[in-house]
Design a protein around this ligand. Structure first.
Ligand code: NDP
Length: 284
């Protein structure tokens, strides 16, 4: 039977350190604050927002939620976004994407101050992830995956990792973070010739495809560590990952559940980023 790697275990372990950092920053005269910027009422944005608010409340870190109507105009949104960007009491910004098609997302991303870009939207932070420069902010989910693997003492150095998914949100930046940890990384996608064989070659298999339960027993060799980043809804309307948990769990040595796995670490990484950003403003 596989060890089930719960994200909350990692989040709880991070809690003490993050709370202490927040308290120290407040004592130094800086009250760390995240601004969540949301346009419209997309259910996945609202779900993430609820999770972040709960986590930040538990850590005592301030959050401001700015909500704009779905039909907000480009000029108005850009001008409000500039205000948040320039507000010295806001240390980090999380902008939910994709924005409605009526807004030019690229133009808005170009405006974010890289020092406040908590989820690696802008080119400066993306370039830093690819350069292995830790002075920026990596996207929270890939960083959460690495944090989780390290917490559960999964060896990365020299390990073969197969990643399913090559998006700029998860797959590609995660590959870079794992390379920095000296893993040997294979990135798979929809045009991969023999996906099952690539997956079976892995010591660590990470699914970030957005395809419900696509990873089956045939993709997993015995003893593999299986990390499921996917968040999907199955045919019965239940939340599920990219991994068919029941089929894969008997083969895996360790496995993350969905829900309750990687997603639970993501908001703790977000909090860590906000504290780091706030820390950089002390005595400025
Ligand atoms: P995208 O749709 O942007 O990318 C999916 C990637 O997976 C693509 O590279 C695609 O290949 C590949 N892929 C899809 N289906 C298959 C398949 N059948 N075989 C092989 N490769 C496949 O998704 P994201 O990267 O944004 O998200 C991935 C998943 O992670 C989603 O379920 C999302 O909800 C979840 N997620 C979870 C987060 C968390 O905090 N836990 C945060 C962010 C995302 P190709 O490039 O060829 O199209």
């Amino acid at each position: 039977m596989a060890e089930v790697l719960k994200g909350m275990t990692v989040a709880n372990a991070m809690k003490e350190r993050l709370t202490a950092e927040n308290t120290a920053l407040i004592a130094a005269g800086v009250t760390p604050c995240l601004a969540i910027v949301r346009v419209g009422e997309r259910p996945d944005d609202l779900a993430y927002e609820r999770g972040a608010l709960k986590r930040f409340e538990g850590l005592g870190i301030a959050v401001r939620v700015m909500v704009f109507p779905e039909d907000v105009g480009q000029d108005e949104f850009e001008s409000e976004f500039e205000k948040i960007n320039g507000d010295g009491s806001v240390h980090g910004i999380l902008l939910f994407r994709p924005l409605p098609k009526t807004l030019n997302e690229e133009d808005i991303i170009k405006k974010i101050d890289p020092a406040k870009d908590m989820d690696c939207m802008c080119e400066t932070n993306i370039a830093k992830v690819f350069a292995g420069d830790e002075s920026g902010y990596a996207p929270c989910t890939p960083e959460g995956v690495v944090e989780l693997l390290k917490y559960f003492e999964v060896p990365l150095k020299g390990s073969k990792v197969t990643l399913v998914g090559r998006s700029m949100v998860v797959g590609k930046p995660l590959a870079m973070l794992l390379l920095k940890e000296h893993a040997t990384v294979t990135i798979c996608h929809t045009r991969t010739a023999d996906l099952a064989a690539e997956c079976r070659a892995a010591d660590i298999l990470i699914a970030a495809a957005g395809a419900a339960k696509m990873i089956k027993a045939e993709h997993v060799k015995e003893g593999t560590v299986v990390i499921d980043v996917g968040i999907n809804v199955d045919e019965d309307g239940n939340l599920c990952g990219d991994v068919d948990f029941d089929a894969v769990e008997p083969l895996a040595s360790k496995i993350t559940p969905v829900p309750g796995g990687v997603g639970s670490v993501t908001t703790s990484i977000l909090a860590m980023h906000v504290l780091r950003a706030a820390g950089k403003t002390v005595n400025r």
